[in-house]
Design a protein around this ligand. Structure first.
Ligand code: SF4
Length: 204
């Protein structure tokens, strides 16, 4: 296991996060599926990591009820699915970055992803690749807006944000992905936020 992961585990545990470690994305997907009840309602934030692991297919095979906003046929239906996600049994996501002392940093344009992380779903399962582990909190914040956001701007085909041109300019564009910049210092409810650290690079 990468030394960065080994050092991070106790820091996360001190903050009431439940922590597991996996060698590969496949292992992480299987573990996350095992941690989810067969009849659970599951929602997720837009996440390259979640898509990459194949976890959604495993949950579908288990019979979990997936609240897939991308299956919506109208904007209204999509909005409704996002709202229902706030009361899911399990919310899946990654974190845009985590500092070496265990603070999670996340940006969100709409806010539904960070809202679900903070409160609502009974369980939050985060799958975090080792590429998201930073040094100081300042370095984690830099990563979120100058590495993750740059790649996400490209993924979503954005053109109006600074990061779509390669660097955060603290924009207020209608396309802004940083309406909410959330630092999570601890899980208020012990173990509600369950972190799976993966010894591979995953997502942005
Ligand atoms: S340029 Fe705007 S959207 Fe991009 S990272 Fe900065 S504040 Fe966020």
């Amino acid at each position: 296991m990468d030394a960065k992961i080994e050092k991070l585990v106790p820091k996360l545990k001190m903050r009431n996060f439940e922590v597991r470690c996996c060698e590969t994305a496949d292992d992480a997907a299987r573990l996350a599926a095992d941690m989810t009840e067969n009849d659970a309602t599951v929602a997720w934030g837009g996440s390259k990591t979640v898509a990459q692991t194949g976890i959604l297919e495993l949950l579908r095979q288990k019979g979990c009820k997936l609240l897939d906003r991308d299956s919506a046929k109208t904007p209204e239906e999509r909005e409704e699915l996002m709202r229902r996600g706030l009361l899911a049994d399990v919310f899946l996501m990654s974190s845009n970055a985590v500092s070496e002392d265990g603070i999670l940093v996340n940006i969100d344009g709409m806010g539904n992803r960070v809202a679900a992380m903070c409160y609502g779903p009974k369980n939050v399962i985060m799958i975090i690749g080792k590429n998201k582990i930073c040094g100081t909190l300042a370095e984690a914040e830099y990563r979120v807006q100058n590495v993750a956001a740059v790649k996400n701007a490209e993924r979503f085909g954005l053109t109006k944000t600074g990061c779509s041109k390669g660097k955060c300019i603290d924009c207020l564009s209608e396309e802004c992905m940083c309406s909410y910049v959330v630092k999570t210092r601890r899980s208020k409810v012990p173990g509600r936020i369950k972190i799976i650290l993966v010894n591979e690079d995953l997502g942005f």
